[in-house]
Design a protein. Sequence first.
Length: 65
Amino acid sequence: MSITALLALLLVFVLTLIGFWVALGYLGRMVNFERVLAGLMGILSLTSALILWQFVRLLRLRCVA
């Protein structure tokens, strides 16, 4: 995976996060806000950890080569 593709993936992740925050702002009055937010934060933190792991692995491969 190239750095450009990784940055594009990170941009999509950030835009998705902003979209989730906007949607939760409208849905917060109808659903249990804390439970939905805890689930989303768990999923998003796992996704960001995977993206960071791939980025570090890519940088390590570029430094070795």
